[in-house]
Design a binder for this molecule. Structure first.
Ligand code: MF3
Ligand code: CO
Ligand code: CO
Length: 259
């Protein structure tokens, strides 16, 4: 187990700027997410926006990842690779995950979008997954256990008969893309390390309609799908532990996600 970095005020300011850019990238792309566009097209717009703002898309070439963001449709849990043949169609739900490097500092956030008429079950999954993220965020304060983030998310999701993905976690972030600790989205109460002021990490629950298990595509080595092909949803924010609570560094205000 490595050490959890406490960020300096100067580092926090850099991570805040990068995180705001990541959030603003999602707000920007929300204007282009619609029936008929390819995920490759959205990836190109995202890359251009990030570069125009003086930053670098962190996923590009990260352990060989070939694109600038992850776009994960329907039964894809996470790490979907944008491509020209994936065209958005009515009924789709999708996650777009953006990570920026600005002046060497990382910010990481993702949101769901929906296309046209979706089933009530899909709409509820999307809304409930966002709510689960916020239940996790409300646990963030100095002295609380990281496990209580996963305890609250897991208890809520299971009460709604969903399952929580356990093979991918949130993570420390800021000076690198993935730092310690791993932030579990389903965990025992009062487990794991304690949070301290100046820690920065993501919370990014992935919640499934069916079984929790993920299967990684053996052809591309990235795309993680539900084992039973049922829907999965995810939301992510980068969070700072403050003196008496938290700051959502990637929060840039509301935009429409149902379209
Ligand atoms: N942004 C993802 C996360 O939330 C990680 C993507 S890794 C990539 O941690 F290589 F697929 F981009
Ligand atoms: Co992340
Ligand atoms: Co992410």
């Amino acid at each position: 187990m490595g050490k959890i970095v406490i960020k300096t005020p100067e580092q926090i300011e850099g991570i805040r700027k990068s995180s705001q850019l990541a959030g603003n990238t999602l707000k920007y792309i929300s204007n282009y997410v619609e029936e008929g566009v390819s995920t490759h097209y959205l990836d190109k717009l995202i890359e251009e926006y990030i570069r125009d703002n003086g930053a670098i898309p962190a996923p590009l070439n990260y352990h060989g990842f070939p694109k600038s963001c992850c776009i994960s449709l329907n039964d894809v849990i996470c790490h979907g690779i944008p491509d020209e043949k994936t065209i958005l169609k009515p009924g789709d739900i999708l996650n777009i995950d953006v990570t920026t490097i600005l002046d060497g500092y990382y910010g990481d956030t993702s949101t769901m979008f929906t296309i046209g008429d979706i089933t009530d079950q899909a709409a509820r999954l999307v809304e409930d997954t966002e709510h689960a993220l916020y239940l996790g965020i409300e646990q963030v304060r100095p002295g609380n256990y990281f496990g209580n983030i996963g305890f609250m998310i897991g208890r809520y999701a299971q009460a709604k008969k969903y399952s929580v993905v356990y093979e991918f976690c949130g993570h420390g972030i800021g000076l690198e893309f993935h730092e310690d600790p791993q932030v579990e989205h389903i965990a025992p109460r009062n487990s794991g390390p304690k949070m301290k002021e100046g820690m920065v990490f993501t919370i990014e629950p992935m919640i499934n309609l069916g079984k929790a298990r993920a299967v990684v595509d053996e052809n591309d080595g990235w795309t993680a799908r539900t084992v039973d092909k049922k829907l999965s949803a995810q939301f992510e924010h980068t969070i700072l532990v403050t003196k008496d609570g938290y700051e959502i560094l990637t929060d840039v205000g509301d935009y429409e996600i149902f379209r």
